[in-house]
Design a binder for this molecule. Structure first.
Ligand SMILES: [Zn+2]
Length: 123
């Protein structure tokens, strides 16, 4: 049965290149850089699939963590900008002169609601 070519993702721990090890009757993916080993399996295709599943999950986690940090930073910037607008316009506030917000107090409450309420879980 001919081997099918399957892309083998880089090491999920260090990003290094990997190779397939086979010692009968097991196969696994091993990192050339840090020597991490993937799950062993009865075939190289299954070992690659198991390794790729782990590497893909780690890549997804890292991407989502970075996206989360970026979004938190953007919320912080918007919050600061909103607070700055409130501060510089303070002398001109009347109780109900903010169209859409209803009142300065509503705007302050909406701004306060954007404050982080909990830390992100550790990776
Ligand atoms: Zn590695």
């Amino acid at each position: 049965m001919p081997e099918t070519t399957t892309e083998v993702l880089p090491c999920p721990f260090c990003g290094g290149s990997v190779f397939i090890r086979a010692v009968w009757p097991t196969n696994w993916v091993s990192c050339k850089e840090c020597a991490a080993c993937g799950p062993s399996s009865s075939s190289s295709a299954k070992a690659i699939a198991a390794h790729n599943a782990i590497a893909s999950a780690v890549a997804d986690r890292d991407r989502l963590t970075a996206e989360n940090e970026s979004l938190r930073a953007q919320v912080g910037q918007l919050r600061e900008a909103g607070q700055h607008l409130l501060d510089v316009s303070e002398p001109f506030h009347r109780p109900t002169d903010l169209v859409g917000w209803g009142s300065v107090d509503n705007m302050r409450a909406a701004l306060a609601a954007t404050a982080p309420t909990q830390e992100a879980p550790d990776a």
